[in-house]
Design a binder for this molecule. Structure first.
Ligand code: COA
Length: 171
């Protein structure tokens, strides 16, 4: 294993993916603010957590990680709408990006979606957010459409991306 890959694997292994709880929300909002996402804020995440169709996960640092520190590395928020899993937000702390946490969160939410009978996952991303698009493409998402001037501050197109995650059982 190369040195860079080894460091990434060690850092990623310090984290476990688990369900988000309301105790996580202060950190989730902090991560959201620090990584330039559209701001939902504490109240919206809290309301989302209460919805049975939401799938909200965090990358939580293991208690016995080498420096004894705890905390969240990132989070993902998704919601089941009929057979579609809508990925609404994903963020990883800037200092822990490109270590595999975003990929782990996305893999976990897609697996949870499959267990809950989702057949496809869908999301919107800023046209200029090529980093997030690269992550999604790596997980099989492809662009299906574009919405002109969908985002504000700054105004920007949205790219709609989708991936099939399970055969539909609908007649
Ligand atoms: C998008 C984001 C969640 C990715 O999280 P991450 O933990 O850095 O992603 P990973 O380390 O798991 O990367 C997985 C893959 O995504 C792509 N990727 C991630 N960061 C990248 C970068 N800076 N440049 C190019 N590709 C990148 C690569 O294909 C990467 O695989 P590789 O490292 O083996 O090449 C993170 O960059 C982030 O929080 N960005 C700010 C918030 C945001 O834009 N969210 C998306 C809103 S739609």
């Amino acid at each position: 294993m190369s040195c860079v890959k080894h460091v990434k694997a060690v850092a990623r292994s310090d984290y476990a993916i688990s369900r988000m709880t309301d105790h996580d929300l202060i950190e989730v909002v902090e991560i959201e603010e620090s990584c330039g996402l559209s701001l939902w804020g504490w109240d919206s995440y809290h309301a989302e957590l209460l919805r049975p169709e939401s799938i909200m996960l965090v990358a939580r640092r293991a208690v016995d990680s080498h420096d004894g520190q705890r905390g969240l590395g990132g989070f993902i928020a998704a919601r089941l709408v009929a057979e579609d899993l809508h990925i609404n937000n994903i963020g990883v702390r800037t200092e822990f990006q490109r270590m595999g946490l975003g990929g782990s969160l996305l893999t976990a939410v897609l697996s949870t979606g499959v267990v809950q009978d989702a057949t496809a996952a869908i999301l919107e991303v800023r046209a200029g957010n090529v980093v997030a698009q690269a992550l999604y493409e790596r997980h099989g998402f492809a662009t299906i459409s574009r919405r002109r001037n969908y985002y504000r501050q700054p105004t920007e197109d949205a790219i709609i991306m989708k991936v099939l995650i399970k055969e539909s059982t609908a007649p």
